[in-house]
Design a protein around this ligand. Structure first.
Ligand SMILES: [Zn+2]
Length: 462
């Protein structure tokens, strides 16, 4: 398995810290508003990564945080907390806002068949872990105090710029704070912020009452749940120059080591020339996709058609194409219901399996994997061999398109068979057993078995 590592700027051979296991940390949502499909591209990517490792036989431990404090509306450590801005907007408490949008996030994630990470951790529930990590950073000499609070001294970490590969000019341009004479370096950032009486969420700390900077939560929770050396950290490319650069600096300052082995970043979802983003004002949500008549899984399919490191252009035409593609894959399953598993000639199936695996092992080359999928579908239809469908279902462990459920599921039970089942139910209620039995036989002749459950009748393919 090869993965592109932002730190080394090349595809590296994946070597896990612990044999047979993969530990992945994903920067989760800031839960102050609905996540849009541009956000979800990052989570589909992280989910696909997890699925690929599971497919290859690794045991995966996936951790994702929920940011419910500390992410400010501006980058100068003096802005309003996004959660508190959300609370003000909606006349609710920050906690109510956090729980509401967290729930909305997971409802959308579920529609996209994104597996819930084994560990989902909220920032507000890990304040003591953050304080403990900040203490270590301070004890190692990487922090100083100003009137804002406790500040990380990036000048103490000569390797600070490596992840972002920013040259000196970009560093100056990217300096987040206009002029703060108290800071030693323009890139220095707050670990703990004090003296902000208007903030609602505050905790006691060795540096005074206040709240954590945004970056410390990810260092604290990733180390807590995955250890001081773990395999993969994911996120959008927008996180590279500040959030992940600062996380890496904190990790080093606290532990003296490179905590993350592979940094993996996905490119943006583009809408025309611009990235999809809340500040760009061009966002589209999962609910909006559904309202326009598209399945959320069509968006997942669309994500699979572009390499995760390439920008993905979102258009309604592209989404329609993905929706058609999804139908095409399901069609193989519908066709295969009347086919047999042919004997002999396994070469074409083995080749498909090998090529699929090669593609996903090559830094998650899903567009290539989808090409293999489609040649399998064409070949399966040509040969009318049920084994093609079985192999496609195996690939779907990576694709996550719920192909099995949608084909075997209830929606494709013919309406006439449902009507017969209803009729039989009425006959049973009327205690007309002869008629009920005849209807059961009629249903069976159409290829379905009817079962009676506490909830009512249920149809299964015979
Ligand atoms: Zn993060």
């Amino acid at each position: 398995m090869k993965v592109y590592n932002t730190l080394t700027r090349q595809k590296d051979e994946f070597v896990p810290v612990e044999k047979g296991r993969v530990k992945i940390y994903t920067c989760g949502p800031t839960v102050y508003w609905f996540a849009h499909i541009g956000n979800f591209r990052a989570y589909v990517f992280a989910d696909t990564l997890r699925r690929v490792f599971e497919y290859l036989g690794y045991e995966v431990r996936h951790v994702m945080n929920i940011t419910d404090v500390g992410h400010l509306t501006t980058d100068d450590d003096l802005g309003e907390d996004k959660l508190e801005a959300g609370a003000r907007r909606e006349g609710r408490t920050p906690e109510e806002i956090a729980r509401f949008y967290e729930q909305a996030f997971f409802a959308d994630a579920q529609k996209l068949n994104i597996l819930r990470p084994q560990i989902v951790c909220r920032a507000t529930e890990h304040i003591p872990d953050m304080i403990e990590l900040i203490r270590r950073i301070e004890a190692n000499g990487f922090a100083y105090r100003t009137s804002v609070g406790l500040i990380f001294d990036t000048g103490r970490y000569p390797d600070y710029w490596r992840l972002g590969r920013l040259n000196l000019e970009e560093q100056r341009a990217g300096a987040r704070v206009a002029v703060d004479p108290e800071r030693r370096n323009p890139s220095d950032f707050a670990l703990w912020i004090t003296n902000q009486p208007r903030h609602l969420m505050q905790w006691d700390s060795p540096w005074g009452r206040g709240f954590p900077g945004w970056h410390i939560e990810c260092s604290a929770m990733s180390i807590k749940y995955l250890g001081e050396e773990f395999d993969i950290h994911t996120g959008g490319i927008d996180h590279i120059p500040i959030h992940h650069t600062n996380e890496r600096a904190q990790n080093f300052a606290a532990t003296g080591r490179e905590v993350v082995r592979y940094w993996m970043h996905n490119a943006f979802l583009q809408l025309g020339e611009a990235r999809m983003g809340k500040s760009e004002g061009n966002i589209m949500t999962v609910t909006e996709l559904e309202r326009q008549g598209y399945e959320p899984l069509a968006f997942r399919y669309l994500c699979l058609t572009a390499h995760y490191r390439m920008p993905l252009n979102f258009t309604i035409e592209a989404l329609q194409g993905a929706q058609n593609g999804l139908r095409g894959l399901r069609e193989l399953g519908l066709n295969a219901r009347t086919w047999q598993e042919a004997a002999g000639d396994t070469e074409w199936l083995e080749r498909a399996q090998r090529e699929f695996r090669n593609a996903i092992e090559d830094d998650l080359n899903l567009p290539q994997a989808m090409a293999v999928v489609w040649s399998l579908v064409r070949e399966g239809n040509r040969r009318q061999d049920r084994r093609a469908w079985k192999l496609l279902l195996d690939f779907d462990r990576v694709l996550g398109l719920r192909l099995g459920e949608t084909v075997e599921g209830e929606q494709d039970i013919p309406a006439e068979v449902r009507a017969l089942a209803e009729e039989r139910e009425q006959a049973r209620r009327a205690r007309d057993w002869g008629r009920a039995d005849r209807l059961r036989a009629e249903i069976l002749s159409r290829g379905f078995v009817i079962e009676d459950t506490k909830e009512g009748w249920r149809l299964k393919r015979a």
